[in-house]
Design a protein around this ligand. Structure first.
Ligand SMILES: Cc1ncc(COP(=O)(O)O)c(C=O)c1O
Length: 211
């Protein structure tokens, strides 16, 4: 009689065990230098992750949710504004829009990719629409060509929710460089995880930090 085996959805310990000496040494080094907040390790990771994404720069913040909220605020999106996003995402996407006082408008997804359907976005555009927040769900990029084309035509900001899509490519280009800005999550269960959850909000042009 075959024995039943349970395969865990995520096994963080198994991943840790593979590179344990490297991780332990890095953590010990942070403790030895008391470099707990910001510091050279954060700066180095920001620079290296930006380089990996081929982005101009990256900024570390507290979480993917914070990255979304701060990026919306940086673009001046707030009360009275509408932000179109995917009807199929994690709650943080819509939560960040609400947190800045804007109104999340859900558009239907494409049945093949489960990503924001550009035709559905066009159908819910109004004069109050300020931004589009596509989600690269399950690591698969949204149709950024059509979304950026629409954004240009209607003067909209496009913020990529790349929380699940580290390293994904859209027509040979890394997600995180396709919209005006992008947000990643480093929650422990994500593609690229940290033991302390932090996130990156990044964009192609270097004007965001000053706003
Ligand atoms: C699509 C999506 N957006 C945003 C987030 C929020 O990221 P965090 O958990 O780091 O706040 C997540 C995390 O699950 C996510 O899957």
């Amino acid at each position: 009689m075959p024995t039943q085996q349970t395969v865990p959805l995520v096994d963080l310990y198994a991943q840790y065990a593979l590179i344990r000496p490297e991780i332990d040494a890095a953590i010990q080094s942070v403790i030895t230098r008391s470099a707990f907040i910001m510091g050279p390790d954060v700066r180095e990771f920001e620079a290296r992750f930006a380089e990996y994404c081929t982005a101009s720069f990256a900024i570390g913040v507290a979480s993917g949710t914070a990255a979304l909220e701060l990026t919306l605020r940086a673009y001046g999106i707030g009360a009275g504004d509408e932000v179109i996003t995917s009807a199929h995402t994690f709650i943080a996407t819509a939560e960040a829009i609400s947190a800045v006082g804007a109104h999340p408008v859900f558009a239907e997804i494409d049945a093949q990719t489960y990503n924001l359907d550009p035709d559905a976005v066009a159908a819910v555009l109004t004069p109050a629409t300020r931004a589009v927040l596509p989600v690269h769900i399950y690591g698969q990029p949204a149709d950024m060509d059509r979304l950026m084309h629409m954004a240009q035509a209607h003067d909209l900001t496009v913020i990529e929710d790349a929380a699940q899509a580290h390293g994904a490519l859209w027509r040979g280009r890394r997600v995180g460089t396709l919209g005006h800005a992008a947000c990643f999550s480093f929650y422990p269960g994500k593609n690229l995880a940290r033991m302390v959850t932090r996130a990156r909000s990044q964009r192609r042009t270097p004007t965001l930090p000053s706003r």
